[in-house]
Design a protein around this ligand. Sequence first.
Ligand SMILES: [Fe+2]
Ligand SMILES: [Fe+2]
Length: 176
Amino acid sequence: MKLYRCRICGETYLGHGVPTECPFCGADAEYFVLTEAYPEDANDVQLTEVERADLETSIELETSNTRFYLAMAARKDNPKLSSAYKRLAKIEAEHCSVFSKLAKMPKPADLLEPGTELGGWDADIDESARRETRASALYVEFAGRATSPRLVEVWTAVSRVEATHIELDAIAKRYV
Ligand SMILES: [Fe+2]
Ligand SMILES: [Fe+2]
């Protein structure tokens, strides 16, 4: 058994090897390091004004998405989909946590309060795909204009995670 840390979310993973994606934030396996190699000061970044504003946008977006997925997960009529979107809510909440640490701000107080869902599963899965498409594109843009290598790393990694969520939305349609 070894101790690993995810460079993106900072969580510890216990295992005999690393999984293909971080179970907490969804980042690729390439971001896992042995715990002794993890830089404890990873999120000590001097922010430019643009980076701060982009982090605040990221926090708002992750909060809105977390709350949207919690609302989907709270439905009682489709346990498979509820379970899948509960997982998504937890991953988005982890992203919110990372961005809040980088911005040196507390997590939003309403982060884990379910939002108001739109309607049926079909409509909400479509809405999820729109949200993930927007998030993924926005983080590419933020990574492109960030000057801190740490912020470039985080936005790039999280953008890729959001892109995998679009794949989940396509799979979810089979279970409606
Ligand atoms: Fe992670
Ligand atoms: Fe996210």
